[in-house]
Write a protein that binds this ligand. Structure first.
Ligand SMILES: [Zn+2]
Length: 238
């Protein structure tokens, strides 16, 4: 039986399919990651094209028949004009989208992941330049935690020593001086930086403005390299 699905979504990526069509990967509020076919998407005059190629929250209508879901309608639901017009904001939002794309699989409903990405791109629209680093690190930590990877941020993850002073992505969190010797990529951290990591892991993204500018970039990049096997360059602003 055929069904129609109407839901909010964010476009993650696309690839060409057949002569005129494209396959778009959406992150939907109702069904998580969803691949939809768009007939005629590669024709210049396709009216579905403008909302499909902008960073925004869209509302889609999808026909789910026997074969691959087909996109039959789309409109922009939440516009992000500054993300569209400011290069560093475009870069921040598109990296958040990329991170969700590489850390999720189709077929898993996850409204919280949709909300995290939606909040992330909304904050890319609104964040002030000095707070962009805090937004970046909060988003990365919360994405990893939501994906099932929770770094230990209180005691040494190896020996439970109560005064860790380094961070090891390979070991999975904070480590003491002795245990840090077993990971040549471990970076030294002070107690204040561990406090900051805990704050970034839990603050609502909309409240990243209350955090000071973040110097946790080396740690969040190490986590991305280790957990997602990716290096994502973020713009330096502020
Ligand atoms: Zn230890």
């Amino acid at each position: 039986m055929a069904n129609y699905l109407q839901t909010k979504a964010i476009v993650l990526s696309h690839r060409d399919l057949a002569e005129h069509d494209r396959l778009y990967t959406l992150y939907t509020e109702a069904k998580g990651k969803l691949e939809v076919r768009v007939r005629g998407a590669r024709k210049i005059l396709s009216k579905l094209q403008p909302p499909l190629s902008s960073i925004a929250v869209v509302r889609v209508l999808v026909y789910e028949g026997r074969s691959r879901p087909l996109l039959i309608g789309i409109e922009t639901a939440e516009r992000l004009p500054l993300v569209a017009s400011t290069l560093w904001r475009t870069q921040v939002a598109s990296r958040f989208i990329r991170l969700v794309d590489i850390s999720t699989r189709p077929g898993i409903c996850d409204e919280e992941m949709f909300a995290l990405l939606r909040d992330g791109i909304h904050m890319a629209e609104h964040v002030s330049p000095p707070q962009a680093s805090a937004l970046r690190d909060a988003f990365i930590l919360q994405l990893l935690i939501h994906s099932g990877y929770r770094p230990e941020l209180h005691v040494c993850v190896v020996c439970r020593n109560a005064q860790p002073n380094a961070f090891s992505a390979a070991h999975g969190g904070a480590v003491c001086f002795k245990c840090s010797a077993t990971d040549p990529t471990a970076v030294a951290v002070c107690a204040a930086e561990l406090d900051a990591l805990r704050a970034h892991a839990t603050v609502p993204l909309a409240a990243t403005a209350i955090l000071p500018a973040s110097n946790l970039g080396a740690i969040t990049q190490a986590l991305l390299r280790h957990r997602l096997e990716t290096v994502l360059w973020f713009p330096v602003v502020g």
